[in-house]
Design a protein around this ligand. Structure first.
Ligand code: PEP
Length: 253
């Protein structure tokens, strides 16, 4: 069986001034010097990327962007390209977060363009997928995810998507305090891995990391991480405080 290194990422959304971001990142670096065996990333606001990059120098904490535009450059006021994120020190970029799908018109088609742009630039995309509460109740979870993955990754080859990460984020669990049970998470993660296998083959599917996201906290991370197809977490609210996020990162101790 392929060993998948746990990957826990913090999405700071539209929180923190530059000073606050630097303070939190500094505290986090202090907390995680011994968090061996886990890949760690934080995605601060764009305005704080450069300053946070300085703080993270020489630490195990990697930097990520929260969104990108698919064009390399151009007249796209307010947008940021993959190359710009990489220039700012990002290794990862979150793509298709449900808040972007819900409030900013993100579609599977734009997700596909963004995934391509990120991969072409050497940035690893974290592709977010997930169903709403209504869709889950209507037993449409798997069909919704199938569509998001098939269309989001349309015309990509397994050689291209190697560095990609998938984040299963049930929309009903984001910022609500409701977490999917570990059995619900495992069921969906297994489904996603099989789907990746049917599209990209067994090697890719067994190596790809699938994070769970949705109200992950210090008190539920361990149980989630014990599930065989849960390889990490994408953490929103609980990543904003360095001590709390550090407890999540130390789930093994
Ligand atoms: C997220 O924004 O990706 C997320 C999972 O948020 P929260 O942890 O606050 O539910």
């Amino acid at each position: 069986m392929t060993e998948r290194r746990p990957f826990i990422a913090g999405n700071w959304k539209m929180f923190k001034t530059i000073r606050e971001a630097v303070e939190t990142a500094g505290a986090l670096v202090g907390h995680v010097s011994d968090a061996a065996g886990v890949d760690i990333m934080i995605a601060p606001n764009f305005t704080a990327l450069a300053a946070v990059r300085e703080v993270l120098q020489g630490s195990a904490v990697m930097l990520g962007g929260q969104n990108l535009h698919w064009a390399p450059e151009g007249a796209f006021t307010g947008e940021t390209s993959a190359g710009m994120l990489q220039d700012a020190g990002c290794r990862y970029v979150i793509v298709g977060h449900s808040e972007r799908r819900q409030y900013f018109g993100e579609t599977d088609e734009t997700v596909n363009k963004k995934i391509r742009a990120a991969l072409e630039c050497g940035l690893a995309p974290i592709l977010c997928v997930g169903e709403t509460e209504k869709e889950r109740e209507a037993k449409k979870t798997f069909s919704v995810l199938d569509k998001q993955i098939q269309n989001g990754l349309k015309d990509l080859r397994s050689a291209d998507v190697g560095p990609m990460v998938i984040a299963y984020e049930p929309v009903w669990a984001i910022g609500t305090g409701k977490t999917a049970s570990r059995e619900q998470a495992q069921e969906v993660h297994r489904f996603l891995r099989s789907l990746m296998e049917s599209i990209f083959g067994n090697d890719l599917a067994s190596a790809i990391r699938i994070q769970y996201g949705g109200s992950v906290k210090p008190n539920n991370i361990k149980a989630l991480m014990e599930m065989p197809d849960v390889d990490g977490a994408l953490v929103g609210g609980a990543s904003l405080d360095a001590a709390t996020f550090s407890q999540i990162l130390h789930f093994q101790s």
